[in-house]
Design a protein around this ligand. Sequence first.
Ligand code: NAD
Length: 261
Amino acid sequence: MSDIRQGGRLAGKVALVTGGGSGIGRETAARFAAEGARVAVADLRAGAAHEAAAELGGEAAGLELDVTSAASAEQAVAAVVARFGGLDVVVNNAGVTIVGAAHELAEDDWDRELATNLKSIYLVSRAAWPHLVARGGGAILQTASIAGLWAIPADAAYCASKAGAIMLTKCMALDGAKDGIRVNCVCPGFTETPMIEGYFAAQPDPAAARAHATGIHPLGRLGRPRDLADAFVYLASDEAAWVTGTALVVDGGLTAGIWGG
Ligand SMILES: NC(=O)c1ccc[n+]([C@@H]2O[C@H](COP(=O)([O-])OP(=O)(O)OC[C@H]3O[C@@H](n4cnc5c(N)ncnc54)[C@H](O)[C@@H]3O)[C@@H](O)[C@H]2O)c1
């Protein structure tokens, strides 16, 4: 076994995880640290980012970041590079869901959802890009969603943002290839996090919505943040050296086909 394997699958890498104060991002930051990466945990909620980083111990850093702001993205990336001397992996994970059909959504809600879930990928990746090039390449990863593949009723802006995230992943993969920048995304099914609790709470019958969501996953349970974090470890690692432009579906079989439950 090589030295890198002994030090962890992400040994020597510096990673920035957005939306790292909660849910999938928090677990991904923890798994990255466990695999030897030096991790910057960034979140709009600075307290949550610092708390998550403190839990990781070692060299992890907590950062305040608003992924909808170009200035904030530039500042956060500069802070990571100043702290760790470079940047190898970006996980564009921050996201929000605002329930509503297109004809019902307020314009502000549409704009906030698209800015947080889609424009953010462009802003943070653009800020990180020259630093990845300076390292001879790197990995940019997104948390997209099965909602970017399959429409969900009354969730129009979310689905549109996640479909955009999948296509932006492919575009960036083509544009980054010559610089050794691999770009991939993960498409989770319904996953146990504060976000999905909020989604269930917004439904007319939250308990029925949860039971239904569980039943439509052939593997018989909702996702756990660890299911996604492990996918991100693979995509960030050198094991995925020939993988770019892909949308890795991690959904308990939800989108495999029609399922009676
Ligand atoms: N939970 C699911 O079922 C599910 C399914 C598919 C995809 N996803 C996606 O996974 C990602 C993580 O979601 P989660 O379920 O862990 O949710 P979560 O609500 O637990 O975590 C999201 C984090 O993003 C942060 N955030 C929100 N706006 C931000 C901003 N402008 N700048 C920086 N940080 C911001 C929040 O403060 C929060 O800590 C999201 O992109 C979400 O769309 C979730």
